[in-house]
Design a protein around this ligand. Structure first.
Ligand code: COA
Length: 259
């Protein structure tokens, strides 16, 4: 599929989605949201895709936030609709059955930090900067940022970042647990590919069950322990579970098929 604001490529099962508005530091406008929504569908529907990377074009910004130029004319009701749409698309990323990793190549501010947090985990280049500067605009994050930042770094640190508008660098983000790795900027995509290449050798149904069970921790409408029991049982019905246990006993490598 072709997108007006995204560049995409598929190599060895890894789908790389690059947000491509370099003149606006990859800010999230309506078109980017529509494209991202469709790209997440493509990730789920294309059997050749095993996992995905979301990154930004250039060396300066991952995403410098929601497109502020779209904010000025919004009514209260329109703002709430925009917030709901952003949240829905980011939920869709978070609930993707296939792993989606953010490769943060510069500023991840506002909606950019929220997008990175909606991914399953984050890898940062050493030039990355994270923040929720909405308070400088007289706003708060609208795409799940208040919730996911608190989940990822804890209440005290989250509230300080939200109400100060301060940015943190990649080393601090690592210390806070916001990112899993910090690597030299030039090696960022290679690192993401290396991490996902290993994950891509694992059983897809088990991966999906892990993601679902972890997400259930944060979902008040589902019981995570029950989700785990159900996933555990469902995996016993898969060919991949038989392959995994047989390969172990036969002391050979696994060859998972996703069935
Ligand atoms: N929305 C719309 N446009 C944005 C943007 C955003 N969130 N972030 C950057 N841009 C645009 C700038 O307006 C500028 O466009 P122009 O060249 O047409 O004037 C271009 O991207 C380059 O940004 P600029 O501000 O000139 O770069 P800088 O290096 O001086 O500063 C930042 C970089 C990231 C610190 C600064 O762009 C910034 O603070 N952006 C907004 C961050 C924010 O508040 N995000 C939360 C939004 S809810």
């Amino acid at each position: 599929m072709r997108y007006s604001t995204l560049l995409t490529s598929l190599e060895n099962g890894i789908f790389t989605v690059t947000i491509n508005r370099p003149d606006k530091l990859n800010a999230l406008n309506k078109e980017v949201f529509t494209d991202l929504n469709n790209a997440v569908d493509e990730i789920q529907n294309n059997p050749a895709i095993k996992s995905a990377i979301i990154t930004g074009t250039g060396t300066k910004a991952f995403v410098a936030g929601a497109d502020i130029s779209e904010f000025s004319s919004l009514t209260k009701a329109e703002a709430m609709t925009l917030s709901k749409r952003g949240q829905d698309i980011f939920f869709k990323i978070e609930n993707s059955a296939k792993p989606v990793v953010a490769a943060v190549n510069g500023f991840a501010l506002g909606g950019g930090c929220e997008l990175a947090m909606a991914c399953h985990f984050r890898i940062a280049g050493d030039n990355a900067k994270f923040g929720q500067p909405e308070v400088n605009l007289g706003l708060l994050p609208g795409y799940g940022g208040t919730q996911r930042l608190t989940q990822l770094i804890g209440k005290g640190r989250a509230i300080e970042l939200l109400i100060s508008g301060n940015m943190i660098d990649a080393a601090t983000a690592l210390q806070y647990g916001l990112v899993n790795y910090v690597v030299p900027a030039a090696e960022l995509l290679n690192k993401a590919v290396t991490v996902l290449s290993l994950i891509n050798t694992k059983a897809p149904i088990a991966i999906a069950a892990c993601i679902k069970a972890v997400n259930a921790v944060y979902d008040e409408t589902s019981d995570g322990y029950i989700t785990e029991i159900n996933g555990f049982g469902e995996c016993f019905d898969t060919e991949d579970m038989k392959e995994g246990t047989t390969a172990f006993l036969e002391k050979r490598r696994t060859n998972f098929t996703g069935k």
